[in-house]
Design a protein around this ligand. Structure first.
Ligand SMILES: [Zn+2]
Length: 239
């Protein structure tokens, strides 16, 4: 079984075209947050319409798992914390989003939303707690922000990870966590596209310009993870 993992596409439509083209070579596709570009020229509402169509079309080819990132909020809760309401509305038969989970074989995949404050964080953690009782085999999370103090959260100048995720990883010990958020970690000296925290593999594909995004292939049959960018390829054993 092979998973394709990308993140931080930020409304780069040629990269979504590429994703649509290659999706059926994999058993499932993961987008680990930041689909929209809040600094973009096109209004967010228009971006949401276009991205929603892409997500629907990709999910017609393969199961698609999408978590929200800090660029994806389109509404706020009572505490003024951003939430990606549009993403929960676009979910479909094979399109799994924030707050959902699925099983591929015995592997459970849990999709965690971006948390923007105490309330969204608490909801996310309650969801995780419920999920932890359903795990029968390997457990994978989608969580946009990477853990703190890791090469996958290294910007080249500072660490920009989420210490809350470190705590959750230590508590639940998932098998894999698919993150994004820090675009340049894989390219920076001292940074990386993967790391291991205890028994947990954590990944951040990073971001590049051009028609093909940086991506990670997780081959669960061969127990290998492979990262591909414009000018480099790297592969590790997950055994
Ligand atoms: Zn981003």
């Amino acid at each position: 079984m092979r998973l394709l993992v990308v993140s931080d596409l930020h409304f780069t439509l040629p990269q979504l075209d590429w994703l649509m083209k290659v999706a059926d070579r994999y058993d499932a596709v993961i987008i680990a947050g930041d689909l929209l570009d809040i600094a973009g020229t096109l209004p967010l509402g228009n971006q949401i319409l276009i991205i929603s169509k892409y997500l629907e079309r990709i999910s017609q080819k393969r199961s698609l798992l999408v978590c929200s990132g800090n660029h994806d909020g389109d509404s706020v809760n009572l505490q003024n914390e951003y939430i990606a309401t549009w993403l929960t509305q676009v979910r479909g038969d094979r399109l799994y989003v924030d707050g959902q989970s699925l099983e591929i074989g015995t592997q459970r995949m849990t999709i965690l939303p971006w948390w923007d404050g105490p309330e969204t964080r608490q909801k996310m953690e309650e969801f995780l707690e419920r999920e932890s009782r359903c795990v029968r085999g390997p457990w994978a999370w989608l969580h946009h922000a990477p853990p703190n103090g890791s090469p996958i959260s290294w910007t080249g100048k500072k660490d920009a990870g989420d210490p809350n995720l470190n705590r959750l990883i230590a508590q639940y010990r998932p098998t894999y966590v698919f993150c994004g958020h820090i675009h340049l970690s894989p390219f920076r000296s001292g940074g990386s596209w993967y790391d291991r925290l205890g028994d947990t593999w954590v990944f951040n594909p990073g971001k590049q310009i051009g028609e093909i995004p940086t991506y990670i292939i997780i081959d669960l049959t061969e127990n290998r993870a492979t990262w591909v960018s414009m000018d480099d390829t790297d592969s590790i054993s997950l055994a």
